[in-house]
Design a protein around this ligand. Structure first.
Ligand SMILES: [Zn+2]
Ligand SMILES: [Zn+2]
Length: 217
């Protein structure tokens, strides 16, 4: 996480560790209510609408290599049922825990991760800059993990009628008497074959007469 932009302590997702101090074992609990940042959630599926409240409960613990942050975010997510497209709203509770390392941890040999030959490892690490840390990427990951990839309005949502699009949960007895045209054509085909066989056996009425009979039924 090599970010060139300095962290801004006025950003509501930036937290200050000065009060906590660097004595290992020191603890600080704090709560903060923030406005949800843009695109918090699974894009196009479900998420916390921008600007709606997100309640954060944090526990900061000073450890040798940095600050261990454990917390919970609570918010209301909104999306759409993947089966019936009705709006879905759910109370979200996302837990997270992340270590924010002091940038000098490497120098002092207090690294938790193996010294980074792996660039990916480094990207997954978070750092404290000037005593501040940015919770935003951690919050985003936690929220995405806590959200369903396929939200449904109810566990057994039957979805929509494939023929007319009616929402089946509203109308459990919903059905159509009219048979699908393609299916009717197949049935017609089967019927004429049977008739043909009968005709051969009995040598009976001509096809046209039989067809009329059938239509009268
Ligand atoms: Zn549904
Ligand atoms: Zn229908």
């Amino acid at each position: 996480m090599a970010s060139n932009a300095r962290l801004d302590h006025r950003n509501p997702l930036v937290f200050d560790t000065h009060e906590l101090g660097r004595r290992p074992g020191a603890l600080q609990r704090l709560t903060r209510e923030i406005d949800a940042p843009r695109d918090l959630g699974i894009q196009g599926v479900i998420g916390v609408p921008e600007g709606t409240p997100v309640e954060l409960d944090l526990r900061l613990e000073s450890v040798m290599e940095g600050v261990l942050v454990t917390g919970t975010a609570r918010a209301t997510a909104e999306g759409e049922c993947v089966r019936c497209l009705e709006p879905v709203e759910l109370e979200l509770e996302a837990d997270f825990q992340e270590l924010f390392s002091y940038p000098d941890a490497d120098d002092r040999g207090r690294v938790i991760a193996e010294p980074g030959d792996d660039a990916e490892d480094d990207e997954d690490r978070y750092f404290i800059e000037d005593g501040l840390f940015d919770l935003e990427p951690v919050l985003r990951d936690a929220v995405v993990l806590a959200l369903p990839m396929q939200p449904v309005c109810q566990d057994d949502c039957p979805g929509l009628c494939s023929e007319c699009g009616a929402r089946l949960a509203d109308d459990p007895d919903h059905h159509h008497d009219a048979v699908d045209i393609r299916w009717a054509a197949l049935q017609g085909l089967a019927g004429s074959t049977t008739d043909g066989e009968k005709d051969e056996m009995s040598g009976g009425a001509p096809q046209s007469a039989r067809a009329d009979e059938k239509q009268e039924k």
